[in-house]
Design a protein around this ligand. Structure first.
Ligand code: NDP
Length: 449
């Protein structure tokens, strides 16, 4: 079945394997996506003549730059900055900035590649890009963060613009960093445009953007449950991470009657059988910028385990990986299956390894892939762009309502394509094909560029 299409995909993946062998995360993302596109590609033999896949896997451009900054002791430090502008066939490049020591071209390319499909799935006119730096914000003072952000933007501003490329936050880049980045952009260019999203409300941000990825994840997972005539009421939930996505996923899922019993950071996880108190996690992470283990200072009878990956050993009905890539490997998937988990929805980007994804789906666990399940953040960023262009601000409820509708539509769209090309629960294929079909159509119409 699909011999020519399978062969074409294999050729492109072999090419990537040869040319980008030092980029394992990018190859992982491309392999997952392209393999699931085969039934769709089989219907479009013209793609091969137009080298559509070969063009699709090459970013439009990749930018790398030096970011010098001065620490509190007066020492000059140097980091690397990156921006990958992957594909702008359906709209300006859009995607976050990540500040984390692990950042390199492989990480940024995988995130940019995923972003193209995700942004298309939202139904909004946004292309895909991603950027960041190997700068580690942990343990840095406010002045050091500002010095770094100003230096980073002093180079990045040449490549971005409200109709060109609109970055946002990601790991290590929250409201504070976006503020410093935007301040420097405005200072250099003298213009007040919506060049970044995730901005503070006082200077053009959108209400509900902070909450959007986490809330959107729960809206999406709720559609998945509803398709099986089920819901969140009374469910036990495990959420990895305790950053932006994890915190607001917790907030929304708890409001729907579920109990979150475990959360983590990169050092370990906490377990509270009575339900983790979100106001304490917010205090630790958003105010004190502390460690998740500090939860025990407030709730001494909770448990702390010195390993983040072991969070998946906690028996639960629903697992929401909201921390980082490849944080849920095969061994953890087996634990979830053994303990009777019924749904996994990805808040983080590519948190589940390929073999773990297959194991979960083969075991009949409902699986919500990141590019659909966590698209609420970028969708709300696009709503922020609309408000900035029109010089208006919508209320929290207006934005939240639009977000909810967008997530329902993403679910409908992904499940429609899943039914058409695979089977009804294969949202991985459904999301990939639904996102890809629009980009491919645009690329064909735009000529050989
Ligand atoms: P944050 O920086 O706010 O939080 C990341 C959290 O994950 C921190 O608690 C961090 O802990 C934790 N973490 C990192 N590595 C691990 C690990 N190996 N095991 C357990 N916890 C870990 O980032 P976000 O919440 O914004 O992003 C989280 C994920 O969601 C990323 O994959 C991101 O790409 C994705 N995403 C984010 C969107 C957004 O709008 N922010 C939109 C769509 C996707 P520590 O403090 O110890 O590092």
């Amino acid at each position: 079945m699909y011999t020519d299409a399978s062969q074409y995909v294999e050729e492109v993946l072999n090419y990537l394997g040869r040319k980008s062998s030092e980029q394992p995360e990018f190859i992982q993302a491309a392999t997952e996506a392209l393999t699931s596109l085969i039934p769709y590609i089989a219907q479009h033999p013209e793609f091969k003549k137009y080298a559509l896949l070969e063009r699709y896997v090459e970013p439009d451009r990749m930018i790398m730059f030096r970011v010098p900054w001065i620490d509190d002791k007066g020492m000059v430090r140097v980091n690397r900055g990156y921006r990958v502008q992957f594909n702008n066939s359906i709209g300006p490049y859009k995607g976050g900035l990540r500040f984390h020591p692990s950042v390199n071209f492989s990480i940024i390319k995988f995130l940019g590649f995923e972003q193209v499909l995700k942004n298309s799935l939202t139904g909004l006119p946004i292309g895909g890009g991603k950027g960041g730096s190997n700068f580690d914000p942990k343990g840095k003072s406010d002045t050091e963060i500002m010095s770094f952000c100003q230096s980073f933007m002093t180079e990045l501003y040449k490549y971005v613009g409200d109709d060109v490329d609109v970055p946002a936050g990601d790991i290590g880049v929250g409201g504070r960093e976006i503020g410093y980045l935007y301040g420097q952009y405005k200072r250099i260019t003298g213009s007040y445009t919506g060049v970044l999203t995730g901005k503070g409300i006082a200077y053009g941000g959108s209400l509900a953007r902070r909450e959007a990825t986490g809330y959107g994840l729960i809206y999406f997972a709720n559609e998945m449950l509803a398709s099986k005539k089920n819901g969140f009421e009374g469910k036990k939930v495990v959420i990895s991470g305790s950053g932006n996505v994890a915190i607001y996923a917790h907030e929304k899922v708890a409001s729907m009657g579920a109990t979150v019993i475990a959360m983590s950071d990169s050092s370990g996880y906490i377990y509270d059988k009575n339900g983790i108190k979100l106001d304490i996690v917010k205090q630790i992470k958003e105010v004190e910028r502390g460690r998740i283990s500090d939860y025990l200072k407030y709730v001494p009878d909770a448990t702390y385990v010195d390993s983040c990956v072991r969070i998946w050993e906690v028996p639960c009905d629903i697992a929401l990986p909201c921390a980082t890539q490849n944080e849920l490997p095969l061994a953890s998937a087996k634990e979830l299956i053994k303990n009777g988990c019924m749904l996994v929805a990805e808040g983080a980007n590519m948190p589940t390894t390929l073999d773990a994804t297959h194991a979960l789906m083969d075991a009949g666990i409902l699986f919500g892939p990141a590019k659909a399940a966590n698209a609420g953040g970028v969708a709300t960023s696009a709503l922020e762009m609309s408000q900035n262009s029109q010089r208006i601000s919508w209320t929290f409820d207006e934005v939240d309502h639009k977000l909810h509708e967008i997530m329902k539509n993403i679910y409908l769209h992904a499940s429609e394509y899943a039914c058409k090309y695979s089977h009804e629960d294969d949202l991985v294929s459904g999301a990939n094909i639904a996102g890809f079909s629009k980009v491919a159509e645009a690329m064909m119409q735009l000529g050989v560029v």
